[in-house]
Structure formats: structure tokens, C-alpha cells
Design a protein around this ligand. Structure first.
Ligand code: URA
Ligand code: SF4
Length: 207
């Protein structure tokens, strides 16, 4: 039977790629099985590897702040990654690692059936876009745009954003990043600032 707990148990004994050897802890992801919004990163970093939890380092602090700004908390959403083990020195994921690990993420999504999938960074975005039959060009082209797909018999919105670590390196992007998160807030109807925007303003922005 599929539940987040059973998937987590399987992840914690996984040896399907070589990354299990060098990791400290598996990082299956965490949050609500009933989450409307799922955030997907690339792979655990140093702090995540040490704690066994997703997005708990500096990038994670920024992500948590953004989630709270749109009126949600970490436990309302689900936060996961494409890879569940940290690549040595945070190197980019290899195609074979993504292939080996991504079935866990797909099963997690099938359990949660979220309304909104937020891809953080290009590895997450290119994987999710392909999974849902969307064309992925580059993160800078697709970022902040809402793509509607049908999944689990309902409308699902897919949004790609820069990885929060990229915003830590380029603080000048932060204001725009907050606007991108406000879009997520508007989709769940919780963001007063965006709700006050006229539809045409929002449309211009989305364009
Ligand atoms: N970066 C990611 O992509 N995922 C994490 O969990 C932490 C940092
Ligand atoms: Fe298994 Fe994924 Fe870890 Fe590889 S990265 S060992 S596939 S859990």
C-alpha cells in the first residue's frame, strides 16, 4: 500500500544508486499527506544530510520564510527532493541517479495528489515538466509561469521557480521571488496582496 510512511520506509533501506554509500541520512521529504502545495528541490545538501530533513540549511530558511509569507506553514505543505541522498560535495545529480530515485517522488505525488507543484531549480523543473508532458526550455524562460495540466482527474498547476540558493547568491532577485511566491498564494486564495490585484494586473504579471 502506498502512504508517505511506507514510501519513507522503503527509501530508508534503498541502495538503488551509489549515493547511499556516501550519505549520512536519507532525506525522504516531509509534510502533509493532504498538502495542496508540494515543493520539490534537487537533492539534500550538507545540513539536510546531517538532519535527515529537507530544506533545513540556509536555502531552506529562505524557502520557509517564503512559505510563511503566503500564509502557509511547513506542515501544511509537502517539501521533498528529486534525490533522497546527498550527492558528494553537492555535485549535480547524474541522470542515472535521477532515474533510480525519481519513482519515490512520483509515488509521493500520487499519494498526495497536490493542486500545485512548485519546482525549485532546473533539475526539479526539467524532471517535473517532462513527467507531465510539458516542454522545458530553461528555468529563466519558464520561471513564475503557471502551467495547467490534468492529473489525478483534476486540474493541477505546475510552477517552476529559481532554487532559493540562487536567490541567496543574487539578492537583487529577491523582490521578484516574493512576487513569484505571491502567485502561489493567489492560487490557493490566501494571499491578500495578490487577491487585491485586478485580474488584468495579475495577467500582465503572469505574462
Ligand atoms: N537544496 C535542495 O535542492 N534540497 C534541499 O533539501 C536542500 C537544499
Ligand atoms: Fe536510493 Fe535515491 Fe538514495 Fe539513490 S539517491 S540510494 S535511489 S534513495
Amino acid at each position: 500500500m502506498n502512504s508517505l510512511a511506507t514510501i519513507e520506509k522503503e527509501i530508508k533501506r534503498c541502495k538503488k544508486c551509489e549515493l547511499w554509500r556516501s550519505k549520512t541520512n536519507y532525506v525522504p521529504g516531509e509534510g502533509s499527506e493532504k498538502a495542496d502545495v508540494v515543493f520539490i528541490g534537487e537533492a539534500p545538501g550538507r545540513e539536510e544530510d546531517l538532519q535527515g530533513k529537507p530544506f533545513v540549511g540556509n536555502a531552506g530558511k529562505l524557502l520557509t520564510e517564503m512559505i510563511e509569507k503566503i500564509g502557509l506553514s511547513r506542515k501544511d505543505v509537502f517539501i521533498g527532493n528529486v534525490l533522497k541522498c546527498r550527492p558528494p560535495n553537492n555535485r549535480d545529480p547524474l541522470p542515472e541517479e535521477i532515474e533510480a530515485c525519481s519513482p519515490y517522488l512520483i509515488r509521493q505525488l500520487e499519494v498526495i495528489e497536490p493542486e500545485i507543484i512548485v519546482c525549485l531549480g532546473r533539475f526539479s523543473a526539467s524532471f517535473i515538466f517532462e513527467l507531465f508532458g510539458l516542454e522545458f526550455t530553461s528555468i529563466s524562460r519558464v520561471k513564475g509561469r503557471v502551467f495547467k495540466v490534468k492529473a489525478w482527474g483534476k486540474d493541477v498547476s505546475i510552477i517552476a521557480l529559481y532554487h532559493p540558493a540562487a536567490i541567496l547568491y543574487r539578492p537583487q532577485l529577491r523582490e521578484k521571488y516574493e512576487m513569484d511566491f505571491a502567485i502561489i498564494g493567489s492560487l490557493i486564495g490566501k494571499n491578500e496582496k495578490v487577491k487585491k490585484m485586478t485580474n488584468s494586473t495579475l495577467f500582465d504579471y503572469l505574462d
